[in-house]
Design a protein around this ligand. Sequence first.
Ligand code: PLP
Length: 287
Amino acid sequence: QLIFLDGEYVSKENAVISVYDHGFLYGDGVFEGIRAYNGNVFRLEEHLVRLYDSAKSILLDVPYTKEEMADIVVETLRRNNLTDAYIRLVVSRGVGNLGLDPFTCKRPSVIIIAEALSLFPKELYDSGIEIVTVASRRNRSDVLSPKVKSLNYLNNILVKIEAGLAGVPEALMLNDQGYVAEGSADNVFIIRDNKILTPPGYVGALEGITRNAIIEVAKEKGYDMQEAVFTRHDVYVADEVFLTGTAAEVIAVVKVDGRIIGDGKPGSVTQELLQSFRMLVQEDGVK
Ligand code: PLP
């Protein structure tokens, strides 16, 4: 496996960064998770826009243009002989001194790792998953925008810990006002009477690339698709619930906090959207 690290392709063993990198010391940096299907990098442009916007927001200068970065992503896949892969792109503040002052960091570090990955086993896509809501809250949108996909994932890690302790693979975070925000690394959708809802970004949801693709697909199929604020109650009484994310794709949720959703099986709309998404990723991407 070859990993892109600051301009070079190095083996996994040699892909190491300094302990003085502020990405490591302070979670100071941004990242993207991207998927390639059948040799196409799905929505690479959108991922790069989000990455560069996130970087700009935290005053981090990515040392490559978007076009150069796109080429590096594709080249990393090529060098690893991968056509179907999960790609992790990290831009950290880089090496500085021990203090947290980012101005001591001379050059951001850029890392691209590509490997074959599947987040959940296939059975879970057929059966749907059980989730819980947790005490950890999404950070307030006015402090650090949820649009920034930063390396500071402690909130999300706490969500994963709470999910793990509850014996389920994923959990939902609420925002500080108690509205449903998102999962630890995925967006949430609920369906009732064929009306599909997902929380708007300002509630505290990352504007997921998969989320946006599903919104498009749902609208194309003529569904009443809206961004709306909702509570746990709305999730409990939904006909269908599903999560979306680059790693998760589209996965049905069949139980939330012990409440069975619909008839306890992945619903028909969720299945239809998953199928459309799987078709979309095969045709829509950068070669
Ligand atoms: N929400 C969070 C907090 C995430 O980290 C992710 C994963 O990237 C998502 C949602 C889903 O976004 P996307 O579909 O772009 O992967």
